[in-house]
Design a binder for this molecule. Structure first.
Ligand code: FES
Length: 493
């Protein structure tokens, strides 16, 4: 069984050079995932000079570790969105997701992109009577807002008490889409640089610094999962979750080709894609706050148990497992647009479980912002909004408790007990050290203190990373930053 996502096609990916000069652009986009590439493409179409900087490879970050549901159905329920944003806001949240799906389809057709895009229904199903009551409330709201949903109190090819069908959603291959879109963007004049990490943004003009060059731009767009320089202390309004995924082959026709969620908390989600002699089931769930879960093998095992109960008696083969990180905001919608304190910076973050649709939407909203257009969407998603105070307080309390827990916890293991290829917090001469032992036995010793605000990192056995329980920073096994808000690697010992 592999640890890789279904979209891991590195050998086929295009390559772009690293930046090694000072260049000028109208807009510098930082981050080469779906949000960054879509934004660069849209701006180039609008006639802007764009430079796109990616610290690794295009689509190599969370875009490559998604399950690629393309849907308007938000993680926050319509009931929750209506409570926070009113009926008009909740309706616009779903409508803008639908707009993003249409935009993906339009671009695929216009640019002749082969990326397995398929329109299909999404099913939100209830496994029990409590979930069914929730579904009925959601159905009433969705219908009253004019969405063409259908509701049935019936099984769905497996044990359910009822389901809502949302038509005209989609699935695709996210890495094919984003890498092909990057090539189209380059043809439109976007200067794309890989292996080019932004190390700072200075000056009122928006100068982006990298190790070997600079971009002088009027506007900087932060499309790096979580904005790497944490403008407006945005990390205090976001919680990072780890989500686990297994891919299995199942017999043809057992489940309808579609995308599915249940009403559990945390919920399970899966998509079924047809192939010539089998179907592919990609199943995810077991979400927990980053750095606060059990051993990741436990979560993967729990997903397999769920699969067995979903399809009793059906034979399957698990071919790969992986995990990814999602970011939830304190009010349930992403932050897209301008920041409070950095006049020339725009951001796109907090996409929750809708990275594909909100990534595309962020390209439209931030393009319009740069073109001077204010829309109802830009107001709804503005990072300047002040909503979700309760969630803000909860995140503050989580930070304090996790910080304390990390300092007080004396649970360490001995160096000898760490298996090759694994990591652990080890006590060396009374000091806690984050140890990674390579498969050949080479030992990397790091400080376990997160370089963001000092919490203690935890080893992630599935992703082979050091994860911070406070704001979700993730570090490579050798200490380099994988996900912010931390910007500096773990200190080597
Ligand atoms: Fe904030 Fe680690 S991510 S302390």
């Amino acid at each position: 069984m592999e640890h890789s996502s279904s979209w891991d096609i590195r050998a086929e990916r295009p390559s772009f050079p690293a930046l090694n000069a000072t260049i000028d652009a109208d807009v510098a986009v930082i981050g080469g995932g779906i949000a960054g590439v879509m934004t660069a493409y849209q701006l180039a179409k609008a006639g802007k000079r764009v430079a796109l900087l990616e610290k690794g490879k295009i689509a190599d970050g969370e875009t490559g570790w998604t399950t690629a549901f393309v849907t308007c159905v938000t993680d926050a329920s319509l009931t929750e969105l209506t409570r926070t944003f009113g009926a008009a806001g909740a309706k616009l949240a779903w409508a803008s997701g639908q707009l993003a799906i249409d935009e993906i389809e339009r671009i695929i057709a216009a640019e002749h992109i082969d990326c397995d895009f398929v329109r299909r229904s999404a099913y939100i199903y209830a496994p029990d009577t409590e979930g069914l009551a929730t579904l009925h409330r959601e159905y009433e709201l969705a219908s009253s807002y004019g969405f063409p949903v259908a509701m049935k109190d019936a099984p769905l090819g497996f044990s359910t008490t009822g389901y809502i069908e949302v038509p005209n959603q989609a699935t695709f291959h996210p890495v094919k889409f984003v890498t092909e879109l990057a090539k189209r963007a380059e043809k439109l004049g976007v200067q794309i640089f890989e292996q080019t990490e932004a190390t700072g943004c200075t000056g009122p003009e928006g100068i982006v610094e990298t190790k070997n060059g600079k971009v002088r731009a009027e506007t900087v767009i932060l499309a790096t999962h979580i904005p790497y320089n944490d403008p407006d202390d945005i990390s205090s309004r976001i919680t990072a979750y780890q989500s686990y995924v297994i891919e299995a082959t199942i017999p043809k026709g057992v489940l309808k080709e579609a995308i599915y969620w249940d009403t559990n908390k945390p919920y399970h989600y899966f998509r079924v894609d047809g192939f010539a002699d089998h179907d592919r089931l990609i199943l995810g769930g077991e979400d927990h706050k980053t750095g606060q879960g059990e051993d990741s093998a436990v979560h993967t095992k729990n997903l397999e148990t769920f699969l067995k109960e979903l399809l009793p008696g059906v034979s399957y083969t698990i071919v790969r497992t992986w995990s990814g990180q999602i970011l939830e905001t304190i009010d349930g919608l992403p932050y897209i647009g301008d920041t409070f304190f950095h006049k020339h910076h725009l951001m796109a973050t907090g996409f929750s479980g809708n990275g594909m649709t909100f990534g595309v939407l962020s390209g439209l909203i931030n393009r319009d912002h740069i073109l001077g257009k204010t829309t109802e969407m830009s107001k709804l998603y503005s990072p300047r909004r002040l909503k979700g105070l309760k969630g803000y307080m909860e995140r503050g309390a989580n930070f304090v408790s996790q910080w304390m827990k990390g300092k007080m916890n004396r649970d360490t293991v001995t160096l000898e007990s760490v298996n090759p290829g694994e990591g652990a917090i080890v006590d060396i001469d009374g000091k806690k050290v984050a140890i990674y032992k390579s498969p050949s036995g080479h030992v990397v010793k790091l400080s376990p203190v997160c370089t963001h605000l000092g919490c203690t990192v935890q080893w992630n056995t599935e992703g082979k990373t050091w994860d911070c329980p406070c704001h979700g920073s993730r570090f490579k096994k050798e200490g380099g930053v994988l996900n912010g808000p931390a910007t500096k690697p773990l200190e080597k010992i």
